[in-house]
Design a protein around this ligand. Structure first.
Ligand code: SAM
Length: 220
């Protein structure tokens, strides 16, 4: 379980500083994202046997066939969200809870949905112990979270075959959705901005690779 040892040594802090520098050198310029990355102990989101991998700029398996995203990808998506303190943000794909914790660290109110029960349960237990007060939900992210909408920002952390309509509906005017959309065997990082008149502006931001956003009853 990830949350059993929430220690954070000088060594961890040093490795994190280095990782943050790597991510900066790869082009992330949002200082608030970089600060959050330096503050959140990524090793807390790993099973204890794999701690040595926590500060590499790589995705890593977290069980249930899923991954914690590569730090650069987390930073890239967080930067695209243009997070402001107090933003109400919906994340689809809680996974380990790391991305949600980065957004919380940046001052956002974070709601996060996960469809794999084991991952949902693990994150729900671990996040408050670590001090990341993220509201976690078990459910199908394709539907968003209508009871808590609208959101300033929405982030999808799995590769989506299309942009789900409910997520666009649940954005506030001026809001931003960040979603990797399938194209062949990779995804195109896409932003959708809702205008004041309710229309949308869509932009593309390069190629990434994600595990798939799965349908409601595919498996559990
Ligand atoms: N954000 C996560 C983190 O920081 O560890 C990494 C997410 S992992 C790349 C993608 C996650 O999306 C997986 O945990 C997967 O179970 C979840 N997922 C896939 N389809 C989903 C759906 N329809 N609704 C909610 N979560 C979904």
């Amino acid at each position: 379980m990830t949350g059993t040892n929430l220690s954070d040594t000088f060594r961890h802090k040093g490795l994190r500083k280095k990782l943050t520098e790597t991510v900066r050198q790869k082009g992330i310029a949002d200082e608030n994202v970089l600060k959050a990355m330096e503050a959140v102990p990524r090793h807390w989101f790993f099973d204890s046997g794999f701690l040595e991998f926590a500060y590499e700029d790589k995705a890593f398996p977290i069980g249930a066939g899923q991954t914690i995203s590569q730090p650069y990808t987390v930073a890239f998506q967080s930067q695209l969200l243009q997070v402001k303190k107090g933003d109400k943000i919906l994340e689809v794909g809680t996974g380990s809870g790391y991305q949600a914790s980065i957004l919380y660290q940046m001052g956002a109110k974070v709601f996060s949905i996960e469809r794999q029960r084991a991952l949902y349960t693990k994150a729900k237990e671990m996040l408050p112990k670590a001090g990341y007060l993220v509201k976690t939900f078990f459910g199908d992210g394709y539907k968003g979270l209508p009871a808590f909408a609208p959101f300033d920002k929405i982030i999808v952390t799995a590769g989506a075959p299309f942009i789900p309509e409910p997520l666009m509906e649940q954005l506030k005017p001026g809001g931003i959705l960040v979603i990797p959309v399938d194209k062949d065997d990779y995804q195109i990082m896409t932003t959708v901005e809702k205008q004041a008149d309710g229309s949308f502006i869509t932009r593309q931001h390069g190629h990434f690779r994600f595990v798939p956003l799965l349908g409601d009853k595919a498996h559990d």
